[in-house]
Structures are given as C-alpha cells and as structure tokens.
Design a protein around this ligand. Sequence first.
Ligand SMILES: CC(C)(COP(=O)(O)OP(=O)(O)OC[C@H]1O[C@@H](n2cnc3c(N)ncnc32)[C@H](O)[C@@H]1OP(=O)(O)O)[C@@H](O)C(=O)NCCC(=O)NCCS
Length: 152
Amino acid sequence: MRAQRFDIREAVRADAAEIAEIEKLCFSSPWSLENILREIEGNALARYIVCAAGRRVVAYAGLWAVLNEGHITNLAVHPDFRRRGVGAAVLEALLERTRRCAGLTDFTLEVRASNDAAVRLYGLAGFRAEGRRRGYYTEPLEDAIIMWLRKE
Ligand SMILES: CC(C)(COP(=O)(O)OP(=O)(O)OC[C@H]1O[C@@H](n2cnc3c(N)ncnc32)[C@H](O)[C@@H]1OP(=O)(O)O)[C@@H](O)C(=O)NCCC(=O)NCCS
C-alpha cells in the first residue's frame, strides 16, 4: 500500500465547505458553513488548522485563545481517515503551534462522556478529566467531561 502524505496547515476560507462536510458526518449538531467562516475569518481569538491529504481536507481542529489558555472548540477526522494517527497528529500540531505562536500554556475542552475514542486520544496527549458539566450536550442529552492539560 502506498503511504499517504498528510499536510497540516492553518485553515483558510477555501477550507470552510470541506470542514462543514466533516462536521455533518461527525456531530449530531454540526456547525453551519456560516459559523465556520465566522470562526476562520471573523473571530480574532480563534485558531484553526486543517490536515490535508493532497487537496482534500480530512481533519481539522481549533481553539479560542483566551489569555494563556486554549479552549479547544473542535477536533474531527473524516470517517474514512480514522485510526491512522491523524487525530493525534492534528491535536499535537494545534498544541505546539499555539504554544509557540500565541503563548498558550494550558488547554481545556469539553467532551461527551460516552466519547471513548476522543477521551482516550486526549488522555494520550496528557489531558486529565477535572470535572463534569451535567446535561451539557443535547441530541442526545449527555454530560460533558471537562479535561485540562496544564503546563507543569
Ligand atoms: C476522536 C477522533 C478525532 C479520533 O481521530 P483518529 O484520527 O481516528 O485518532 P487516532 O488514529 O489519532 O488515534 C489516537 C488514539 O486515540 C484512541 N482512539 C481513536 N479512535 C478510537 C476508537 N474508535 N476507539 C478507541 N480508541 C480510539 C486510541 O488510543 C488511538 O491510539 P491507537 O490507534 O494507537 O490505539 C475521531 O474518531 C473523530 O473525529 N470522531 C468524531 C468527532 C469527535 O468526537 N471529536 C471529538 C470532539 S471533543
């Protein structure tokens, strides 16, 4: 099998439609194209990156930079490209770039309590569960686990 080349780079306006498609495939309440465009172009606190296989966007991740903290808003990998290390690589790139370019030291996120794949992935990156938000998600109603990665 031919090894596939992945490039991780900053998200731009032209990526928004493919990001929206991945959103629809991954989440029960996906962000709209308008939301995504606003995040990429109109939110000064937001930082988004994508992972591309050739010209195709296969994953993305982003956060809001608030003082020294990164609040991770989203991380998703197209279903056809999962279990190849893409999610872990995109998360690592997001952490590394925003530490270097935005001076972030600590990172946090919410994740569905039943989302074992994501909880495991974040755990491997050093995130630890520090709390729970009851009924945070709808469709279906579910708690969020709050995770943090803090500078040692
Ligand atoms: C969670 C998600 C981003 C993982 O992406 P991925 O590219 O498949 O993950 P990776 O291949 O980098 O896996 C890294 C590690 O995460 C864990 N993991 C990933 N998918 C898993 C699964 N389906 N079941 C159990 N563990 C899993 C494993 O420990 C894995 O390491 P391993 O393959 O060496 O065992 C992907 O499943 C996804 O997009 N899900 C839908 C969107 C979502 O839930 N996003 C998180 C919102 S908070």
